[in-house]
Design a protein around this ligand. Structure first.
Ligand code: CP
Ligand code: NVA
Length: 308
């Protein structure tokens, strides 16, 4: 059986991504209806190992509880407490952990570490965020969009701010789900040309702009993220260049009536978004955070062949 890694949205076809989202919605409904016992059979007897090279609240807690609610066990490890921190290779770590666990998740500052882990693992590997992408987050974002506004296909989504890892996963999603994605970033923090070329070559309708008003005009959803991601060294120059990209009520007023606001969190009120927007009526950030749990379950079930 072919290993099912969940490394990037661009690696999966639309049908597989859609099945994961449908399953997440079903698992969410079942949990709400109190069907915990049925869920607890899905990963019974299986174990998830998570390695964190960077901090995390949502990814860590939602994966941990997702696996437990599916009946499985979890082990959370920080890079520094493993021999990895003392120079053991990623390849050897992958081989060894594959003998103990059934699925692995890695959060790392270097996407190549994830690729290396997946190359040598004999169990599925999940991307829990890298410097390049954050696919689990964007799957939860799409579930949230569709709960509030219906199918995302053909809809306008605006990304305002840093062309970072989360933005890159949105570009992959634009191609796979037929989203009209408009990114407004300063030139210095625009997404990379390779991702843009891939997304456009695969049917992603992507507009790149330096003007937040242009990107947000008529959008169904406005997204932003921190200006200084974990591992970014140039905090001061980022804050300076990104200051005109703050999501404010005035900017949201340009979006479509009924438009929603999303942010993967953690947020910095007064920087990338005002308190009025993130704590206001258009914000769905708490649904978005909750949906990490339901989507992680569906990703785990897919990786473990416990779903179609
Ligand atoms: N959104 C997200 O991945 O949050 P954490 O860094 O808390 O996991
Ligand atoms: N872009 C942010 C996302 C945090 C969830 C970072 O990489 O720090």
């Amino acid at each position: 059986m072919q290993l099912r890694h969940f490394l990037d949205i661009c690696d999966l076809d639309t049908a597989s991504l859609r099945r994961i989202l449908d399953n997440a919605a079903q698992l969410k409904a079942a949990l709400r209806d109190g069907q915990r016992t049925a869920q607890s059979q899905i990963a019974a007897g299986l174990a998830l190992t998570m390695i964190f090279e960077k901090p995390s609240t949502r990814t860590r807690v939602s994966f941990d509880l997702a696996m437990r609610q599916l009946g499985g066990e979890t082990l959370t490890l920080s890079h520094d407490e493993l021999q990895l921190g003392r120079g053991e290779t990623i390849a050897d770590t992958a081989r060894v952990l594959s003998r103990y666990a059934d699925v692995m998740m890695l959060r790392t500052g270097d996407h190549d570490h994830l690729s290396e882990l997946a190359r040598h693992a004999t169990i599925p590997v999940i991307n829990g965020l890298t410097d390049r992408s954050h696919p689990c987050q964007v799957m939860a974002d799409i579930l949230t969009f569709e709960e509030h506004l219906g199918s995302i296909s053909g809809r306008k989504v605006a990304w305002v701010g840093d062309g970072n890892n989360v933005a890159r996963s949105w570009m992959h999603a634009a191609a796979r789900f037929g989203i009209k994605l408009r990114l407004a970033t300063p030139a210095a923090y625009a997404p990379d040309r390779q991702t843009l070329d891939w997304a456009r070559a695969n049917g992603g309708a992507i507009l790149l702009s330096e003007d937040p008003a242009e990107a947000v005009e008529g959008a169904d959803c406005v997204l932003t993220d921190t200006w200084v991601s974990m591992g970014d060294a140039d905090a001061e120059s980022r804050r300076k260049s990104l200051a005109p990209y703050q999501v404010t009520d005035a900017l949201m007023a340009r979006a479509a009536p009924g438009a929603i606001f999303m942010h993967c969190l953690p947020a910095h009120r007064g920087e990338e978004v005002t308190g009025e927007v993130i704590d206001g009526p258009r914000s769905v950030v708490w649904d978005e955070a909750e949906n990490r749990l339901h989507v992680q379950k569906a990703i785990l079930a897919w990786c473990l062949y416990r779903a179609d």
